[in-house]
Design a protein around this ligand. Sequence first.
Ligand SMILES: Nc1ncnc2c1ncn2[C@@H]1O[C@H](COP(=O)(O)OP(=O)(O)OP(=O)(O)O)[C@@H](O)[C@H]1O
Ligand SMILES: [Mg+2]
Length: 474
Amino acid sequence: MFSKNGIKFYRRTDVKLTLWYILTFFISVLIIFGFLYLRLKHQLIREIDRILHDEADELSHIVSHDLKGAGIIKDFESGVTVRTYYPIYFRVLQADGSLFYISKNFSEIPYNPRDKTMPNLKEGDESLEEVRSPGRRRTFRMIHYPLYKEGRLAYVIQVATHTRFVRKSLSDFRGNLLAAFPIVLVLGSLGGWVLARRSLAPVGYIASKVRSFTSNNLDERLATRGTDDEMDHLIQTVNEMIARLENSFKRIAEFTADASHELKTPICALKGEAEVLLSKKRPAEEYQEGLAHFIERFDHLTRMINDLILLSKFDSSQGELNMASLRLDLLVRDIGNLFEILAEQKGIDLQMGRVQEVTIMGDKVRLQQLFTNLIDNAIKYTSEGSIRITVEKDEENAVVQVVDTGIGIPHEEQEKIFKRFYRVDKSRSKESGGVGLGLSIAEWIAKAHQGRIEVNSELNRGSTFTVYLPTLKG
Ligand SMILES: Nc1ncnc2c1ncn2[C@@H]1O[C@H](COP(=O)(O)OP(=O)(O)OP(=O)(O)O)[C@@H](O)[C@H]1O
Ligand SMILES: [Mg+2]
């Protein structure tokens, strides 16, 4: 209860959320209760004021019609002073401040400074005030009501009643609120706790599930709850991350298996050939021939190992590029020139087509490798015909094309040739010494430059490899 998953109680998010909830709930309840209390008080006082006003009105009617003598004021007095809830006490003063009439019990109302000086009330004005007994035990509400005759102040009528029932009603209401307060608070806090626990429950699930992942169970996924809320989105994101990890793991495993297989085959073959060579005595030329063949095979193996090292560098962060602005047209032309002799030896006509001046940001060594691999393939997979290399640019990219008239690639294979160790027809690259890594390396380099390679080929007609690399802006 006090610590979950090794997290201290006071650090737990559900505890913090609940405490915040209780605090805001407490303040809100306090404000609402305070508001209700003040509103009730205001309403009760307004009710009393209305009664006082009505009585003062009636009394003013009696006084203004000089009905004192007729005993009507007495009747009025006996009617209002005996009321149970709001008994009315009143006093009528003349303009000079002398007493005109005082009702029973009016003397209960404590001394009022207004008694000495006549209140300065205009016609139609009336003032209401609260009067407290000296011991502050009783409070009264009193209205001062001026009565004007022919434009001059003739009387001031004072009507009062005690506010005992208001105070009682308010104190009852306060009692009820105080009784309800702890119940509301406890229920609210419980609600807050349940809410915090419920909304954070998936976090515990995600943590425990993610902790259980190893390289052996990367095919498992976290279960979403179908609520399509933030937690479900988080679970989906974690699932996507695990899928990416699974993919990388698979690729590494496949690559390792392929690499060891590709290395094992030529080494076994070499061993076999050496055994055959040693199986009987041979003339010195045969040994020489055999060893020369071995050196050729070793060259091939060295190239393969170098390519493997390069690819594993690409996969780790060591495959970083040394970017600099460079003239791609010059770079491609240099490589084209280098391969011209090799092509010539094979009887292939290698020519530079249209070459436009274009500058890009790139890693010179890597780009040399990219185009070397493409032109090497073009020569390797063309037995007769020609190879044409062009460098152009469109709005965004430098576009380099290597077009050959070679054996071509079947349609269904064209996507796969960029995979590591993939060779279209193993027999055809075997004789030409292909490992199946050249295009993977080329594609990686293009992607690392935010570019891409496209292939367009027809079997027995030739292939066109097009490289797009973003040009330098400005
Ligand atoms: N210009 C091309 N014409 C026809 N086939 C091609 C061409 N370029 C590539 N291919 C096919 O795509 C396959 C993959 O090419 P990639 O360059 O990756 O490997 P490779 O040339 O066999 O070996 P490596 O380049 O590693 O020595 C090749 O085996 C070949 O069958
Ligand atoms: Mg190749």
